[in-house]
Design a protein around this ligand. Structure first.
Ligand code: URA
Length: 434
Protein backbone atom coordinates (compact mmCIF):
# COMPACT_ATOMS: atom_id res chain seq x y z
CA UNK A 1 0.00 0.00 0.00
CA UNK A 2 1.25 3.52 -0.74
CA UNK A 3 0.18 6.63 1.13
CA UNK A 4 0.20 8.51 -2.19
CA UNK A 5 -2.63 6.26 -3.44
CA UNK A 6 -4.63 6.70 -0.23
CA UNK A 7 -4.45 10.49 -0.58
CA UNK A 8 -5.34 10.27 -4.23
CA UNK A 9 -8.37 8.02 -3.58
CA UNK A 10 -9.69 10.33 -0.87
CA UNK A 11 -9.08 13.38 -3.07
CA UNK A 12 -11.27 11.71 -5.71
CA UNK A 13 -13.98 11.15 -3.07
CA UNK A 14 -13.73 7.35 -3.02
CA UNK A 15 -14.69 5.35 0.08
CA UNK A 16 -11.60 3.87 1.72
CA UNK A 17 -11.75 0.32 3.07
CA UNK A 18 -11.04 -0.27 6.76
CA UNK A 19 -7.57 -1.73 6.11
CA UNK A 20 -6.52 1.42 4.25
CA UNK A 21 -7.64 3.64 7.11
CA UNK A 22 -5.81 1.42 9.60
CA UNK A 23 -2.67 1.60 7.43
CA UNK A 24 -2.81 5.43 7.41
CA UNK A 25 -3.37 5.73 11.17
CA UNK A 26 -0.71 3.17 12.08
CA UNK A 27 1.84 4.56 9.63
CA UNK A 28 1.43 8.13 10.82
CA UNK A 29 1.48 7.17 14.52
CA UNK A 30 4.62 5.09 14.08
CA UNK A 31 6.31 7.78 11.99
CA UNK A 32 6.58 5.94 8.66
CA UNK A 33 4.08 8.33 7.06
CA UNK A 34 5.43 11.90 7.18
CA UNK A 35 3.52 15.01 8.28
CA UNK A 36 3.26 16.40 4.72
CA UNK A 37 1.44 13.33 3.43
CA UNK A 38 -0.83 13.11 6.45
CA UNK A 39 -1.65 16.83 6.09
CA UNK A 40 -2.70 16.26 2.49
CA UNK A 41 -4.80 13.28 3.54
CA UNK A 42 -6.52 15.25 6.31
CA UNK A 43 -7.27 18.11 3.93
CA UNK A 44 -8.78 15.62 1.46
CA UNK A 45 -11.00 14.30 4.29
CA UNK A 46 -12.00 17.87 5.17
CA UNK A 47 -13.03 18.60 1.61
CA UNK A 48 -14.52 15.22 0.64
CA UNK A 49 -15.86 13.99 3.98
CA UNK A 50 -16.08 10.37 5.08
CA UNK A 51 -18.81 7.77 5.00
CA UNK A 52 -20.13 6.39 8.27
CA UNK A 53 -18.16 3.19 7.77
CA UNK A 54 -14.95 5.15 7.19
CA UNK A 55 -15.54 7.32 10.26
CA UNK A 56 -16.13 4.26 12.44
CA UNK A 57 -12.97 2.62 11.06
CA UNK A 58 -10.95 5.79 11.74
CA UNK A 59 -12.33 6.00 15.28
CA UNK A 60 -11.51 2.38 16.08
CA UNK A 61 -8.02 2.64 14.58
CA UNK A 62 -7.26 5.70 16.74
CA UNK A 63 -8.87 4.21 19.88
CA UNK A 64 -6.86 1.01 19.50
CA UNK A 65 -3.57 2.87 18.87
CA UNK A 66 -2.95 2.90 22.64
CA UNK A 67 -4.37 1.50 25.89
CA UNK A 68 -8.02 0.44 25.85
CA UNK A 69 -9.01 0.81 29.49
CA UNK A 70 -10.75 -2.25 30.89
CA UNK A 71 -13.14 -1.05 33.57
CA UNK A 72 -14.48 -4.53 34.35
CA UNK A 73 -12.98 -4.52 37.90
CA UNK A 74 -15.57 -1.81 38.65
CA UNK A 75 -18.98 -3.19 39.55
CA UNK A 76 -22.07 -2.02 37.64
CA UNK A 77 -22.64 -0.11 34.42
CA UNK A 78 -20.08 2.67 34.21
CA UNK A 79 -21.32 6.00 32.88
CA UNK A 80 -19.26 8.80 31.37
CA UNK A 81 -20.06 12.18 29.89
CA UNK A 82 -18.19 14.34 27.43
CA UNK A 83 -18.65 17.87 26.25
CA UNK A 84 -17.45 19.04 22.85
CA UNK A 85 -16.17 22.15 24.60
CA UNK A 86 -17.72 25.43 25.51
CA UNK A 87 -17.11 28.55 27.56
CA UNK A 88 -17.90 28.24 31.26
CA UNK A 89 -18.74 24.54 31.06
CA UNK A 90 -18.43 23.13 34.57
CA UNK A 91 -21.14 20.47 34.26
CA UNK A 92 -18.82 17.54 35.04
CA UNK A 93 -18.31 18.95 38.57
CA UNK A 94 -22.09 18.82 39.09
CA UNK A 95 -23.20 15.82 37.06
CA UNK A 96 -20.51 13.44 38.38
CA UNK A 97 -21.53 13.77 42.06
CA UNK A 98 -25.27 13.77 41.22
CA UNK A 99 -25.07 10.51 39.29
CA UNK A 100 -22.65 8.90 41.77
CA UNK A 101 -24.90 9.89 44.70
CA UNK A 102 -27.63 7.87 42.98
CA UNK A 103 -25.40 4.80 42.87
CA UNK A 104 -24.15 4.86 39.26
CA UNK A 105 -20.37 4.43 38.95
CA UNK A 106 -18.58 7.31 37.22
CA UNK A 107 -14.97 6.52 36.31
CA UNK A 108 -13.82 9.58 34.48
CA UNK A 109 -10.60 10.36 32.68
CA UNK A 110 -10.13 14.03 31.99
CA UNK A 111 -7.65 16.08 30.08
CA UNK A 112 -6.05 19.38 30.97
CA UNK A 113 -6.60 20.89 27.57
CA UNK A 114 -5.66 24.16 26.02
CA UNK A 115 -8.04 27.07 25.83
CA UNK A 116 -9.88 29.74 27.72
CA UNK A 117 -9.88 27.89 31.05
CA UNK A 118 -8.26 24.74 32.32
CA UNK A 119 -9.97 21.37 31.97
CA UNK A 120 -11.86 19.56 34.73
CA UNK A 121 -8.57 18.31 36.15
CA UNK A 122 -7.22 21.87 36.53
CA UNK A 123 -10.45 23.00 38.12
CA UNK A 124 -10.33 20.17 40.66
CA UNK A 125 -6.74 21.11 41.50
CA UNK A 126 -8.16 24.33 42.94
CA UNK A 127 -8.67 22.21 46.05
CA UNK A 128 -5.37 22.11 47.97
CA UNK A 129 -3.97 18.57 47.97
CA UNK A 130 -6.25 17.18 45.24
CA UNK A 131 -4.36 14.42 43.35
CA UNK A 132 -5.18 13.52 39.77
CA UNK A 133 -2.52 10.93 38.99
CA UNK A 134 -4.10 7.80 40.42
CA UNK A 135 -2.90 4.33 39.52
CA UNK A 136 -5.46 2.15 37.72
CA UNK A 137 -5.90 0.11 40.92
CA UNK A 138 -6.54 3.23 43.04
CA UNK A 139 -8.95 4.51 40.39
CA UNK A 140 -10.97 1.27 40.29
CA UNK A 141 -10.96 0.91 44.09
CA UNK A 142 -12.20 4.48 44.59
CA UNK A 143 -15.06 4.05 42.12
CA UNK A 144 -16.06 0.78 43.79
CA UNK A 145 -15.96 2.49 47.20
CA UNK A 146 -17.62 5.87 46.52
CA UNK A 147 -18.82 5.58 42.87
CA UNK A 148 -16.78 8.54 41.61
CA UNK A 149 -13.17 9.15 40.59
CA UNK A 150 -11.52 11.52 38.12
CA UNK A 151 -8.01 10.91 36.94
CA UNK A 152 -5.75 12.63 34.44
CA UNK A 153 -5.84 11.09 31.00
CA UNK A 154 -2.94 8.67 30.61
CA UNK A 155 -0.32 9.53 27.99
CA UNK A 156 -1.12 6.37 26.06
CA UNK A 157 -4.86 7.01 25.58
CA UNK A 158 -5.50 7.18 21.82
CA UNK A 159 -1.96 8.43 20.96
CA UNK A 160 -2.87 8.45 17.25
CA UNK A 161 -5.54 11.07 17.94
CA UNK A 162 -3.07 13.17 19.90
CA UNK A 163 -0.59 13.20 17.01
CA UNK A 164 -3.25 13.74 14.34
CA UNK A 165 -4.95 16.51 16.34
CA UNK A 166 -1.63 18.37 16.70
CA UNK A 167 -1.27 18.29 12.92
CA UNK A 168 -4.90 19.31 12.32
CA UNK A 169 -4.39 22.26 14.64
CA UNK A 170 -1.71 23.77 12.38
CA UNK A 171 -3.13 22.76 8.98
CA UNK A 172 -6.64 24.23 9.25
CA UNK A 173 -8.21 20.78 9.34
CA UNK A 174 -9.90 20.85 12.74
CA UNK A 175 -13.38 21.78 11.55
CA UNK A 176 -14.34 18.56 9.81
CA UNK A 177 -17.31 16.59 11.09
CA UNK A 178 -15.82 13.07 10.67
CA UNK A 179 -12.47 14.20 12.09
CA UNK A 180 -14.05 15.81 15.16
CA UNK A 181 -16.43 12.88 15.72
CA UNK A 182 -13.70 10.26 15.42
CA UNK A 183 -11.26 12.26 17.56
CA UNK A 184 -13.69 12.62 20.45
CA UNK A 185 -15.11 9.12 20.22
CA UNK A 186 -11.69 7.43 19.98
CA UNK A 187 -10.82 8.78 23.43
CA UNK A 188 -14.23 7.97 24.87
CA UNK A 189 -14.13 4.39 23.59
CA UNK A 190 -10.57 3.92 24.90
CA UNK A 191 -11.67 5.24 28.32
CA UNK A 192 -13.90 2.19 28.71
CA UNK A 193 -17.34 3.36 29.92
CA UNK A 194 -20.44 1.30 29.10
CA UNK A 195 -22.66 4.38 28.86
CA UNK A 196 -21.52 7.55 27.08
CA UNK A 197 -23.50 10.78 27.21
CA UNK A 198 -22.30 13.51 24.89
CA UNK A 199 -22.96 17.20 25.37
CA UNK A 200 -22.66 18.69 21.90
CA UNK A 201 -22.53 22.47 21.97
CA UNK A 202 -24.03 24.71 19.30
CA UNK A 203 -23.42 28.41 18.90
CA UNK A 204 -20.92 31.23 18.95
CA UNK A 205 -18.72 29.57 21.57
CA UNK A 206 -18.66 26.12 19.99
CA UNK A 207 -17.04 24.29 17.07
CA UNK A 208 -20.50 23.88 15.59
CA UNK A 209 -22.10 27.27 15.08
CA UNK A 210 -25.61 26.07 14.23
CA UNK A 211 -28.04 23.70 15.91
CA UNK A 212 -28.28 21.71 12.65
CA UNK A 213 -24.50 21.14 12.43
CA UNK A 214 -24.30 20.27 16.12
CA UNK A 215 -27.16 17.78 15.73
CA UNK A 216 -25.43 16.20 12.72
CA UNK A 217 -22.18 15.86 14.71
CA UNK A 218 -24.13 14.45 17.65
CA UNK A 219 -25.85 11.89 15.43
CA UNK A 220 -22.52 10.87 13.94
CA UNK A 221 -20.96 10.36 17.38
CA UNK A 222 -23.98 8.49 18.73
CA UNK A 223 -23.80 6.16 15.76
CA UNK A 224 -20.08 5.55 16.29
CA UNK A 225 -20.60 4.84 20.01
CA UNK A 226 -23.48 2.46 19.43
CA UNK A 227 -21.63 0.90 16.48
CA UNK A 228 -18.76 0.17 18.85
CA UNK A 229 -21.11 -1.50 21.32
CA UNK A 230 -21.43 1.31 23.89
CA UNK A 231 -24.77 2.77 24.86
CA UNK A 232 -24.43 6.33 23.57
CA UNK A 233 -26.72 9.32 23.43
CA UNK A 234 -26.27 13.05 23.00
CA UNK A 235 -27.74 16.28 24.24
CA UNK A 236 -27.35 19.31 21.97
CA UNK A 237 -27.05 22.44 24.11
CA UNK A 238 -26.85 26.15 23.42
CA UNK A 239 -23.45 27.85 23.48
CA UNK A 240 -24.43 31.33 22.35
CA UNK A 241 -23.42 32.64 25.76
CA UNK A 242 -21.17 31.31 28.53
CA UNK A 243 -22.82 28.49 30.47
CA UNK A 244 -23.92 29.79 33.87
CA UNK A 245 -22.17 32.92 35.05
CA UNK A 246 -18.50 32.18 35.57
CA UNK A 247 -15.53 31.43 33.33
CA UNK A 248 -12.28 30.53 35.09
CA UNK A 249 -11.13 27.75 37.35
CA UNK A 250 -11.83 28.72 40.99
CA UNK A 251 -14.77 30.87 39.88
CA UNK A 252 -16.31 27.85 38.13
CA UNK A 253 -15.64 25.54 41.07
CA UNK A 254 -17.45 27.98 43.35
CA UNK A 255 -20.33 28.22 40.88
CA UNK A 256 -20.55 24.41 40.69
CA UNK A 257 -20.68 24.23 44.50
CA UNK A 258 -23.60 26.67 44.43
CA UNK A 259 -25.31 24.51 41.78
CA UNK A 260 -24.81 21.41 43.95
CA UNK A 261 -26.83 23.29 46.57
CA UNK A 262 -29.49 23.91 43.89
CA UNK A 263 -28.45 27.56 43.42
CA UNK A 264 -27.29 27.71 39.83
CA UNK A 265 -28.15 29.75 36.76
CA UNK A 266 -31.10 28.32 34.84
CA UNK A 267 -29.06 27.18 31.83
CA UNK A 268 -26.43 25.51 34.00
CA UNK A 269 -29.05 23.60 35.99
CA UNK A 270 -30.91 22.59 32.82
CA UNK A 271 -27.73 21.26 31.16
CA UNK A 272 -26.62 19.42 34.28
CA UNK A 273 -29.99 17.79 34.93
CA UNK A 274 -30.40 16.77 31.29
CA UNK A 275 -26.97 15.12 31.22
CA UNK A 276 -27.47 13.46 34.59
CA UNK A 277 -30.90 12.18 33.52
CA UNK A 278 -29.44 10.59 30.39
CA UNK A 279 -26.63 8.95 32.35
CA UNK A 280 -29.13 7.54 34.85
CA UNK A 281 -31.30 6.14 32.05
CA UNK A 282 -28.29 4.66 30.23
CA UNK A 283 -27.08 2.97 33.40
CA UNK A 284 -30.52 1.50 34.06
CA UNK A 285 -31.01 3.56 37.25
CA UNK A 286 -33.99 5.47 35.82
CA UNK A 287 -36.72 4.14 33.55
CA UNK A 288 -36.95 7.24 31.40
CA UNK A 289 -35.63 10.76 30.95
CA UNK A 290 -38.32 12.41 33.08
CA UNK A 291 -37.76 10.10 36.06
CA UNK A 292 -33.98 10.49 35.65
CA UNK A 293 -34.42 14.26 35.79
CA UNK A 294 -36.53 13.98 38.96
CA UNK A 295 -34.02 11.66 40.63
CA UNK A 296 -31.18 14.07 39.80
CA UNK A 297 -33.17 17.02 41.14
CA UNK A 298 -33.82 15.02 44.31
CA UNK A 299 -30.09 14.39 44.82
CA UNK A 300 -29.47 18.14 44.64
CA UNK A 301 -32.37 18.96 46.96
CA UNK A 302 -31.58 16.42 49.69
CA UNK A 303 -27.88 17.39 49.77
CA UNK A 304 -26.62 13.93 48.80
CA UNK A 305 -24.94 15.22 45.61
CA UNK A 306 -23.06 17.91 47.54
CA UNK A 307 -22.00 15.36 50.21
CA UNK A 308 -20.82 13.04 47.42
CA UNK A 309 -18.76 15.92 45.98
CA UNK A 310 -17.07 16.49 49.37
CA UNK A 311 -16.43 12.75 49.79
CA UNK A 312 -14.87 12.66 46.31
CA UNK A 313 -12.61 15.66 46.96
CA UNK A 314 -11.42 14.06 50.21
CA UNK A 315 -10.93 10.61 48.63
CA UNK A 316 -8.44 12.19 46.20
CA UNK A 317 -6.53 13.99 48.96
CA UNK A 318 -8.22 17.38 48.55
CA UNK A 319 -9.31 19.70 51.34
CA UNK A 320 -13.12 19.53 51.25
CA UNK A 321 -13.42 22.33 53.83
CA UNK A 322 -13.05 24.65 50.80
CA UNK A 323 -16.26 23.16 49.38
CA UNK A 324 -18.06 23.69 52.67
CA UNK A 325 -16.74 27.24 52.93
CA UNK A 326 -15.89 28.52 49.42
CA UNK A 327 -14.78 31.88 50.88
CA UNK A 328 -11.54 30.05 51.75
CA UNK A 329 -10.48 29.94 48.08
CA UNK A 330 -7.86 32.56 47.18
CA UNK A 331 -8.99 35.62 45.22
CA UNK A 332 -7.43 37.37 42.27
CA UNK A 333 -5.23 40.41 42.97
CA UNK A 334 -7.11 42.66 40.53
CA UNK A 335 -10.81 43.04 39.71
CA UNK A 336 -12.28 45.26 37.01
CA UNK A 337 -15.94 45.94 36.29
CA UNK A 338 -17.03 46.18 32.66
CA UNK A 339 -20.00 48.52 32.28
CA UNK A 340 -22.64 48.94 29.57
CA UNK A 341 -22.05 51.91 27.29
CA UNK A 342 -25.71 52.22 26.26
CA UNK A 343 -29.26 51.26 27.27
CA UNK A 344 -30.97 48.27 25.69
CA UNK A 345 -31.23 44.49 25.65
CA UNK A 346 -28.40 41.95 25.51
CA UNK A 347 -28.92 40.74 21.94
CA UNK A 348 -25.95 38.50 21.28
CA UNK A 349 -22.60 37.43 22.63
CA UNK A 350 -19.52 36.39 20.70
CA UNK A 351 -18.87 33.66 23.17
CA UNK A 352 -15.52 32.61 21.70
CA UNK A 353 -14.31 36.17 22.23
CA UNK A 354 -15.42 35.99 25.86
CA UNK A 355 -13.32 32.82 26.10
CA UNK A 356 -10.38 34.71 24.60
CA UNK A 357 -10.81 37.45 27.20
CA UNK A 358 -10.62 34.76 29.87
CA UNK A 359 -7.38 33.50 28.32
CA UNK A 360 -5.94 37.02 28.41
CA UNK A 361 -6.79 37.17 32.11
CA UNK A 362 -4.61 34.09 32.67
CA UNK A 363 -7.40 31.55 33.29
CA UNK A 364 -6.38 29.24 30.43
CA UNK A 365 -3.38 27.88 28.58
CA UNK A 366 -2.14 29.14 25.26
CA UNK A 367 0.49 26.41 25.03
CA UNK A 368 1.03 23.19 26.97
CA UNK A 369 3.72 24.96 28.99
CA UNK A 370 1.57 27.96 30.04
CA UNK A 371 0.78 28.30 33.73
CA UNK A 372 -2.84 28.78 34.70
CA UNK A 373 -3.84 31.42 37.22
CA UNK A 374 -6.56 29.52 39.08
CA UNK A 375 -8.01 32.75 40.53
CA UNK A 376 -8.40 34.49 37.15
CA UNK A 377 -11.58 34.63 35.08
CA UNK A 378 -14.84 36.37 34.39
CA UNK A 379 -18.08 36.65 36.29
CA UNK A 380 -20.79 37.53 33.77
CA UNK A 381 -23.54 39.66 35.30
CA UNK A 382 -25.92 39.50 32.32
CA UNK A 383 -27.53 36.82 30.18
CA UNK A 384 -29.00 37.06 26.68
CA UNK A 385 -32.26 39.01 26.66
CA UNK A 386 -31.52 40.98 29.86
CA UNK A 387 -32.47 44.65 29.89
CA UNK A 388 -29.57 46.94 30.85
CA UNK A 389 -29.03 50.66 31.37
CA UNK A 390 -25.91 52.59 30.50
CA UNK A 391 -23.43 52.14 33.37
CA UNK A 392 -24.77 48.74 34.54
CA UNK A 393 -22.10 46.15 35.25
CA UNK A 394 -22.00 43.57 32.44
CA UNK A 395 -19.14 41.51 33.84
CA UNK A 396 -16.38 41.53 36.44
CA UNK A 397 -12.89 40.53 35.32
CA UNK A 398 -10.41 38.91 37.72
CA UNK A 399 -6.68 38.77 37.02
CA UNK A 400 -3.23 38.76 38.60
CA UNK A 401 -2.68 42.38 37.59
CA UNK A 402 -4.56 45.37 36.22
CA UNK A 403 -2.92 45.39 32.80
CA UNK A 404 -4.28 41.91 32.05
CA UNK A 405 -7.74 43.00 33.17
CA UNK A 406 -7.56 46.07 30.90
CA UNK A 407 -6.52 43.96 27.89
CA UNK A 408 -9.36 41.52 28.56
CA UNK A 409 -11.86 44.37 28.89
CA UNK A 410 -10.94 45.58 25.39
CA UNK A 411 -11.70 42.09 24.07
CA UNK A 412 -14.85 41.47 26.10
CA UNK A 413 -16.80 44.70 25.65
CA UNK A 414 -17.28 44.44 21.85
CA UNK A 415 -18.28 40.78 22.32
CA UNK A 416 -21.51 41.76 24.08
CA UNK A 417 -24.02 43.30 21.69
CA UNK A 418 -26.67 45.58 23.13
CA UNK A 419 -29.67 46.29 20.91
CA UNK A 420 -33.02 47.99 21.08
CA UNK A 421 -35.19 44.86 21.04
CA UNK A 422 -34.79 41.56 22.89
CA UNK A 423 -34.28 38.38 20.84
CA UNK A 424 -36.59 35.39 21.17
CA UNK A 425 -34.74 32.78 23.20
CA UNK A 426 -35.00 29.00 23.08
CA UNK A 427 -34.44 26.73 26.06
CA UNK A 428 -30.89 25.64 26.76
CA UNK A 429 -31.31 22.01 25.69
CA UNK A 430 -31.93 22.17 21.94
CA UNK A 431 -32.23 18.50 21.07
CA UNK A 432 -31.76 15.03 22.52
CA UNK A 433 -30.45 12.24 20.32
CA UNK A 434 -30.98 8.78 21.72
N1 URA B 1 -12.22 17.84 20.72
C1 URA B 1 -11.45 16.77 20.37
O1 URA B 1 -11.04 16.01 21.23
N2 URA B 1 -11.19 16.59 19.07
C2 URA B 1 -11.64 17.40 18.09
O2 URA B 1 -11.36 17.17 16.94
C3 URA B 1 -12.43 18.50 18.47
C4 URA B 1 -12.72 18.69 19.80
Amino acid sequence: MRMYDCISAKKAGRELPEEVIRYVVKGFTEGTIPDYQMSAFLMAVCLRGMTKAETLALTMAMAESGDMLDLSPIRGRKADKHSTGGVGDKTTLIVGPVVAALGVPVAKMSGRGLGHTGGTIDKLESFPGFAVSLSEQEFFAQVNRIKLAVMAQTANLAPADKKIYALRDVTATVDSMPLIASSIMSKKLAAGADVIVLDVKAGSGAFMKTKEDAAALAEEMVEIGNGAGRQTCAVVTDMNQPLGCCVGNILEVKEAIGALHGRGAEDLMEASLALAAQMLVGAGRAADYESGWKLAEGALKDGSAFEKFCEFIEAQGGDASFARDPEKFPRAAAALEVRAEQDGFIRSMQTEEIGMASLLLGAGRETKESRIDLTAGIRMCVKLGDCVSKGDVLAVLFAGDESKAAAARARLLPAIEIGEKPENRNGHVLKIIR
